[in-house]
Design a protein around this ligand. Sequence first.
Ligand code: ATP
Ligand code: MG
Length: 230
Amino acid sequence: VLERMEGRVEFRGVSFAYQEGHPILRHISFEAEPGETVAFVGPTGAGKSTIIGLLCRFYEPSAGSIRIDGLPASGIRRDSLRAHMAFVLQDPFLFEGTIRDNIRYGKLDAADEEVEEAAKLANAHSFIMRLPGGYGAKLKPDGGGISQGQKQLIAIARAILADPAILVLDEATSSIDTVTEIKIQEALQRLMKGRTSFVIAHRLNTIQTADRIIVLQDGKVTESGAHDEL
Ligand code: ATP
Ligand code: MG
């Protein structure tokens, strides 16, 4: 069990295959210092989501090693590891229940004031206050009843409340109106500050501001470095 996490992550020569004989990732190496943002870019099927799956230990490398805070990830309990991570995915996981409970899912013992504070930092508070019922408004199954952009803001509020060392962000590709998009960008900047963030990046802005960019092609790193080095 890992009590505290700094958020230093190292992939050293990591290879992986979902099925034997069909390698998907080959000799992937990169590192992230605590607080850094690493952006993964590359065409569909390049292996971006697979790298995230390995980081979360949904799968194990067939060769090479993953280290977290200098310790082999294989020696850290999965639930302990994931307790230090939060996810903001393209299609956020929201459940039937109140907005408050959906945000509190990031920290189950959070007081109402903490939930609201996180929602404010996530730029979600004002739209929540306009819903009939406010924080007590009920979402339909799968989070139905609010827009895609609003779902993202809820997911960001949840992650802010969870306050993890490591953040995984899969940027939305779907079109979101400009005003909401600006709110999301601003909220993400707040969320990512001071945590190690891994972003499957689609927006040029994210790529430009990342500390490191990893370009993947066919399961291999073809380029890496900061935006002005590539
Ligand atoms: P996208 O941009 O479309 O999300 P990606 O870069 O995230 O693509 P991955 O999902 O990591 O790509 O997939 C990499 C390769 O692994 C692809 O060839 C894909 O078909 C294969 N793959 C992904 N998941 C599985 C799985 N569960 N079983 C077998 N093969 C898989
Ligand atoms: Mg993917």
